[in-house]
Design a protein around this ligand. Structure first.
Ligand code: GDP
Ligand code: MG
Length: 441
């Protein structure tokens, strides 16, 4: 985590002036980040070209901190590409408003159908009917029945010996006669793009005249999402996208690809297998996730105000003059970590995915851990801090008692210190100062 943080800060706040070549450098990083997030290559190229146009314009030249400005442009452009504002379901149709679900097998259509039913009932007070046109997998019809019940919506029975088109017509007729506001039509998917499947869903679309045709796509699909999106877009007039399995490890680059290729807004994100695991898609937050940086601008701001430049310079001079990195310096580093607003507020700036993994309990533990380490170093004499070699068993016992911790904890801290010292030695020769100056913005 810390590696990632310092790496990113180095990259984005290091530049003092903007030039054609450092824009290129920074854009290379952005390009890497997008590819790592599984954005499709042609989409990345387009995106980088657009950012470059903007970056070389006035916005950046007029800015005091070009690195930050560029990151800002990247972030804004990402968010804009994925759609600004919030796009809820369009129900502006003579009821029943029909919503047709399209996508490959396993994308999450059936699950999402039920999630949407729940959303429409709870948030928009609608009377909702679902129906499955997936006659190829009998279990799929049962699955929709089960999840529809969980959503508190009604389910229209269908069976494997019927034609999808007949099912759809019967369901529509039933929905009309029973005054449903919305009819959600779940469909069959295939494992890969398939002509017969496309033909079938086109036919369904023609018969149902849906107000929404949602393309459901698995965020974990990565690069393949682009091809799938292209095929569905060519077959159907898509009105929206649902990106599922956003709770997985992927950085969600599929969002950018799919949005760019289909031109349809991303309306929802699936964030768990459960019925309530659906969120309205937030492009801005997602931009941060794709870059793997969370709210980077705020983070850069925080880091550059939090670091004590004087102390950093002293430390750098010391390393350079060969007098070494001692425990007093280590203490200084711990204190800087606290100055940066505490771990908690730093964590707020990180991508949601990472945040999800760090619970409040983790943060409390980490902050407590820093305090304990400070306590240990504070229990040492000035001489011990300068010459950690002095710390033999009896001194360690005294320090442990002074700090109210076990001797093992003192040993752990010393080990950590040695690792840090090793790193500092490697950075000797100007590297550290450069790094600190970068952090200082
Ligand atoms: P379909 O073939 O397109 O109808 O896909 P399903 O709705 O049957 O979903 C396939 C699998 O993905 C199931 O195991 C779902 O529980 C799971 N799934 C769907 N959406 C999500 C999601 O947002 N997060 C997670 N973790 N799993 C999901
Ligand atoms: Mg299904």
């Amino acid at each position: 985590l810390t590696d990632k943080l310092s790496g990113l800060v180095k990259k984005i706040s290091g530049q003092a002036r903007i030039t054609e070549s450092n824009v290129a450098d920074m854009l290379r990083e952005v390009r890497m980040a997008l590819l790592e997030a599984d954005v499709a290559l042609p989409v990345v190229r387009d995106f980088i070209a657009r950012v470059k146009d903007k970056a070389l314009g006035q916005e950046v030249l007029g800015s005091l901190k070009p690195g930050q400005a560029l990151v800002g442009i990247v972030n804004r452009e990402l968010a804009a590409t994925m759609g600004e504002g919030v796009a809820d379901l369009d129900l502006a149709a003579q009821p029943p408003a029909v919503i047709l679900m399209a996508g490959l097998q396993g994308a999450g259509k059936t699950t999402t159908t039920a999630k949407l039913a729940r959303h429409l009932i709870q948030k928009r007070k609608k009377k909702v009917l679902t129906v499955s046109g997936d006659v190829y997998r009998p279990a799929a019809i049962e699955q929709l029945k089960t999840v529809t019940a969980q959503a508190g919506a009604d389910w229209f029975p269908s069976s494997a010996d019927q034609k999808p088109l007949d099912i759809a017509r019967a369901a529509l007729d039933h929905a009309r006669r029973h005054y449903y506001d919305v009819l959600l039509v779940d469909t069959a998917g295939r494992l890969a793009i398939d002509e017969a499947l496309m033909q079938e869903i086109k036919t369904l679309h023609g018969a149902l005249n849906p107000v929404e045709t949602l393309f459901v796509v698995d965020a974990m699909q990565g690069q393949d999402a682009a091809n799938t999106a292209k095929a569905f877009k060519d077959a159907l007039p898509l009105t929206g996208i649902v990106l599922t399995k956003m709770d997985g490890d992927s950085r969600g680059g599929a969002a950018l690809s799919v949005r760019q290729i289909t031109g349809a807004p991303i309306k929802f994100a699936g964030v768990s297998e459960k019925i309530d695991g659906l969120e309205v898609f937030d492009a801005e937050r997602h931009a941060g996730r794709i870059l793997g940086m969370g709210d980077i601008l705020a983070l850069v701001e925080q880091v550059s105000t939090g670091v004590d430049l004087e102390a950093a310079k002293k430390l750098a001079d010391k390393v350079k003059s060969g007098s070494g990195f001692d425990l007093q310096d280590f203490l200084g580093q711990l204190q800087q970590m606290k100055q940066m607003g505490g771990l908690g507020s730093l964590m707020d700036k990180l991508p949601t995915q990472m945040m999800a993994k760090a619970t409040d309990a983790d943060l409390n533990r980490a902050e407590k851990d820093i305090r304990r380490k400070e306590g240990i170093i504070n229990s040492m004499t000035a001489q011990e801090r300068k010459k950690p070699d002095l710390l033999k068993a009896s001194r360690k016992r005294r320090i442990a008692a002074g700090a109210g911790v076990q001797v093992q904890e003192v040993n752990r801290l010393l080990k950590e210190f040695e690792q840090m010292q090793g790193m500092m030695k490697q950075m000797k020769g100007g590297g550290l100062m450069k790094m600190m100056r970068r952090m200082g913005g």
